[in-house]
Design a protein around this ligand. Structure first.
Ligand SMILES: C[S@@+](CC[C@H](N)C(=O)[O-])C[C@H]1O[C@@H](n2cnc3c(N)ncnc32)[C@H](O)[C@@H]1O
Length: 219
């Protein structure tokens, strides 16, 4: 496996939805400890303003939806393909006394008008899409963002040279794709290739490298 070679993902939407429905109640037990701090770093980079409308794609159990709603943003929207995950988000919002509009939707075809959002956030979700699909998802992100819009994406990264943990993760994805459903990608590079202007990029070492990338729309 060369450093630059990004693995393919062959799960169908139905498999992805079923997988996240199945693990929605235990997702936080599996991921929150490691991923939580990195996601929060992403929200710091997004630096939401009070008059802004923000959209999170692949909101999972809703931690960032709650954080966005409590940040004072004017309106918070969150999309996920899994009803099980959206139910967890609904529960988290209720518990926090916060409000957001939840959409059961596919990131590649969002039921939102063009130029809808000031800011967009996505964490540990872009790397779930197969390589040819990533540009389509990012084109959809551009479509729903305002011309002045910005995005922060947090994703497992293949940047930084050979890494034994990255290689181990890729091995697990190749051999158990139904369980390890994603793989590290080049986050900033795919954003730049999709026409975004990168404004900030950090590599955070979770137990494998994670890119936290801020970018703005270039039209
Ligand atoms: C690995 S989880 C990450 C969840 C959350 N962003 C976090 O950081 O904890 C990926 C999320 O993306 C959602 N997802 C997967 N494919 C999707 C798609 N095509 N459209 C929208 N959401 C999708 C899953 O249901 C799941 O909630």
């Amino acid at each position: 496996m060369g450093d630059k070679e990004v693995l393919r993902v062959f799960n169908t939407r139905a498999q992805t939805r079923a997988y996240y429905d199945r693990i929605s109640k235990v997702y936080d037990l599996l991921a929150e400890h490691s991923e939580g701090p990195v996601r929060r770093k992403g929200l710091e980079l997004l630096a939401l303003q009070a008059n802004e409308r923000v959209l999170e794609i692949g909101c999972g159990t809703g931690h960032c939806v709650v954080d966005c709603a409590q940040s004072g943003a004017a309106a918070v929207y969150a999309a996920d393909i899994s009803l099980g995950m959206l139910e967890q988000t609904r529960h988290a919002l209720r518990k926090a006394g916060a409000a957001a509009t939840l959409l059961c939707a596919d990131a590649a075809a969002l039921p939102l008008t063009s130029g809808f959002a000031d800011a967009l956030f996505m964490s540990f979700t872009l790397e779930l899409f197969d390589t040819p699909e990533i540009p389509r998802v990012l084109a959809e992100c551009r479509r729903v963002l305002k011309p002045s819009g910005r995005v922060v994406i947090v994703g497992m990264s293949k940047e930084g040279g050979p890494d034994i943990l990255v290689e181990g993760y890729e091995w697990a994805h190749l051999h158990f794709p139904n369980f390890v459903d994603c793989r590290p990608i080049h986050v900033a590079q795919t954003l730049a290739d999709a026409g975004f202007t990168i404004t900030q990029k950090e590599i955070v070492h979770m137990w494998l490298p994670v890119e936290v990338v801020a970018a703005r729309v270039e039209r």
